[in-house]
Design a binder for this molecule. Structure first.
Ligand code: GTR
Length: 421
């Protein structure tokens, strides 16, 4: 009885927050804020060299993001079994397709994720773009060889998903976000995973990879343990473990990209796992590239209310209390340094706060400078549709919350530049 009462109170509270929430889109109404300094240690001493950054400040910040924002991966042992499910030619012979299943298991259970890999059908190791997808590997290319995920999928009219099951009906429906042929023609490979294979995107942290890590009797992550974003990031790192063993992939040239919630996961994976050579955030917004303290569009309180399982429970302390955060998201971007990082926004995607995303990328430049590298040259946003590409890259393009060919072209130019093509 008590729990029913608590549950309804919680639901009413959540509905209240999501219904009453009025996002602010007016720059003049942003509360005054000061950002925690990137280059000052917790004891007040300044960071003046790349060595000090790498030895002192970076680990301290990584730790804060782990314990206060995304959550730590708990200790635990899982067996990993990797199996090549299928290999075939694709795109009329110009590409080679492989599907690899990684199965993680222990006495608590078993979770499998399928990596769809499409590479130019030429000799030698390929640089690749990797990232998670929203509706299943079969949505990114209209090819009957691609297996349909058995994992839970969010229902969607557009994506033709009902009863939370992926079917033939959505094959190829996300080709617009994954211009595979264009990527292959530029000499890059693509490797993608359905994010729900790792942890289904619903408020239940007992049906994904987390459950394999629970101690006996545990049913929820502890306050400083991983939410779904960190679980998705963990899956990306496991994919990287596989890339390191694949003779067709140049594991030193893996560019990691992600859109929106998957952009948050890409940034966290890229910040915490230095094997990703380039990290790209597309419209990742709140909890991704956007500065939390600006409170424009989506806020920490709103995201934690509507998606209470994305971040660790400790992140709730900062709902409507951003000034207490010991970090802000410019620090997350800086954790990628000195590896190239690219942030991009869309003009109409105000919910994700394009200016806040830009400022994070700009401010992270302080750390690149310690390495003798150029960040973004100015704190004024570049004009629409004009990418700026240094060690830090940024663009804001025409249009809304989406992944478009414009974005892919900019990322491939950025990769060409940094991979020395
Ligand atoms: C929204 C959420 C955003 C973003 C987006 C998406 O509902 O508020 O933070 O993650 O979903 O992933 O498409």
């Amino acid at each position: 009885m008590k729990s029913i009462f608590l549950l309804s109170a919680l639901l009413i509270g959540l509905m209240g927050f999501s219904q009453d929430f009025q996002p602010n889109y007016d720059e003049s109404l942003i509360p005054p804020y000061s950002l925690p300094p990137l280059l000052v240690n917790n004891d007040g001493s300044p960071i003046t060299s790349a060595g000090e950054w790498a030895l002192k400040r970076r680990p301290a910040l990584l730790n804060l993001f782990e314990s206060q924002v995304y959550g730590k991966v708990p200790s635990g042992i899982v067996n990993v079994e990797t199996k090549l499910l299928k290999e075939n030619v694709a795109l009329g012979g110009k590409a080679k397709m492989k599907q690899v299943r990684m199965t993680f298991s222990n006495e608590k259970g078993s979770v499998s994720m399928d990596i769809l890999i499409i590479l130019p059908n030429t000799d030698g190791k390929k640089a690749i773009f990797t990232g998670l997808n929203f509706y299943g590997n079969h949505t990114i290319i209209d090819d009957p060889n691609v297996f349909i995920t058995q994992s839970w999928v969010d229902n969607s009219d557009n994506m033709k998903v009902t009863d939370h099951k992926a079917t033939e009906a959505s094959r190829g429906l996300r080709e617009n976000r994954w211009p595979v042929e264009m990527i292959i023609d530029r000499g890059y490979g693509v490797a993608t995973i359905y994010y729900g294979d790792i942890d289904p995107d619903k408020n239940d942290l007992s049906d994904g990879i987390q459950e394999l890590f629970y101690k006996d009797g545990q049913t929820q992550p502890k306050a400083d343990e991983w939410g779904s974003v960190a679980a998705w990031a963990w899956g990306l790192s496991r994919a990287m473990d596989y890339f390191e063993t694949d003779p067709d992939i140049d594991a030193r040239k893996v560019a990691l990209m992600g859109h929106s919630r998957l952009g948050k996961a890409a940034l966290w994976a890229g910040a915490s796992d230095p094997r990703f050579a380039i990290v790209i955030s597309n419209d990742s917004g709140c909890g991704g590239a956007a500065l939390s303290r600006r409170k424009i569009g989506e806020t920490v309180g709103r995201i934690n209310t509507v998606f209470p399982y994305w971040f660790c429970d400790n992140f709730n302390q900062y709902n409507d209390n951003e000034s207490a955060l010991p970090v802000d998201q410019h620090m997350l971007i800086a954790l990628v340094a000195p590896r190239p990082v690219y942030v991009n926004s869309a003009k109409d995607d105000l919910w994700a706060d394009p200016k806040g995303e830009f400022l994070s990328a700009y401010l992270a430049g302080q750390v690149y400078k310690l390495y003798g590298l150029d960040g973004l040259p100015s704190d004024v946003m570049p004009p629409i549709d004009q990418p700026v590409q240094k060690a830090v890259g940024y663009h804001i393009r025409t249009g809304g919350h989406d992944v478009m060919n414009f974005d892919w072209k900019a990322w491939m130019n950025f990769a060409d530049m940094h991979f020395g093509k």
